[in-house]
Design a protein around this ligand. Structure first.
Ligand SMILES: C[S@@+](CC[C@H](N)C(=O)[O-])C[C@H]1O[C@@H](n2cnc3c(N)ncnc32)[C@H](O)[C@@H]1O
Length: 233
């Protein structure tokens, strides 16, 4: 009988170990517990610095990921890389971000903006996270590219008058549609609206980006990418 019980315990422990190894986080898990999906075919595909400035910025991002992510709700690293890639690819000169937090996604944008000669305008309502962001922008050496606007972004974004190349929405989920409605006229044709983690969001926003024929929307990891099409024949 004792032998039987021992065998059951051993089998259960083995089963648990197998389940744990199968459900373990893949490399590339983002900070703050937010996952962006796997890159299984590209395992080991880490961001590589091409020069000293990039090395410095990536090391600040790495440090933020390791030591500052708790409670910051940052995008995962893969999503940060997508933000950088798109920004650099379309040569964006003006990125508007709603939801700065401690500046993690903003610094990914800056990695691209330093090559396009562009700038980031980022909005947040929380002074604690924003003051961390200021420090992080400074130590990454990107503070001269960034304007941090404090206050309720539903109001502060209405002050923006310049054209926007990329609008990144990553703040209060119930506010996404209002941000889109207010900012879409400023997004230039060929510009992008990037919205983060829309899985838990209301149908109204999803309809607005998928049922408008002047927009084209696809999802990459946690980033939903919407192109504002050029008008014309
Ligand atoms: C998900 S976090 C942003 C994470 C950031 N984009 C990153 O990846 O590093 C959302 C942020 O939106 C801010 N926020 C929420 N509601 C807001 C509002 N009405 N106006 C401005 N910021 C707001 C929060 O204070 C929080 O810092």
């Amino acid at each position: 009988m004792v032998k039987k019980i021992m065998l059951v315990i051993l089998a259960t422990a083995l089963l648990l170990a197998v389940v744990e190894s199968l459900t373990a986080q893949p490399p590339g898990r983002g900070p703050g517990g937010r996952r962006g999906g796997g890159f299984s075919a590209l395992e080991g595909n880490a961001p590589l610095p091409a020069n000293e400035q990039e090395r410095k910025i990536l090391s600040v991002l790495e440090d933020m990921d390791r030591n500052q992510s708790r409670g910051m709700m940052n995008v995962p690293q893969e999503d940060g890389r997508i933000l950088r890639l798109l920004t650099e690819a379309i040569g964006a000169k003006h990125v508007v971000e709603i939801g700065t937090s401690n500046g993690y996604s903003g610094i990914w944008f800056c990695l691209a903006l330093r090559t396009t000669g562009g700038k980031l305008t980022t909005h947040d309502i929380d002074e604690g996270r924003a003051s961390l962001a200021r420090e992080n922008f400074k130590r990454a050496g990107v503070d001269s590219m960034v304007t941090l606007v404090m206050g309720d972004a539903h109001e502060t974004v209405t002050r923006i008058k310049e054209p926007i190349d990329i609008l990144f929405i990553d703040a209060d989920k119930e506010g996404y549609l209002d941000y889109l409605t207010k900012m879409l006229p400023l997004v230039r044709p060929g510009g992008l609206i990037l919205s983060h983690n829309i899985d838990m969001i209301g149908r109204d926003y999803i309809d607005a980006i998928t049922k408008n024929p002047s927009l084209e929307t696809l999802q990459f990891q946690g980033v939903t990418v919407t192109l504002k099409k050029h008008q014309g024949e």
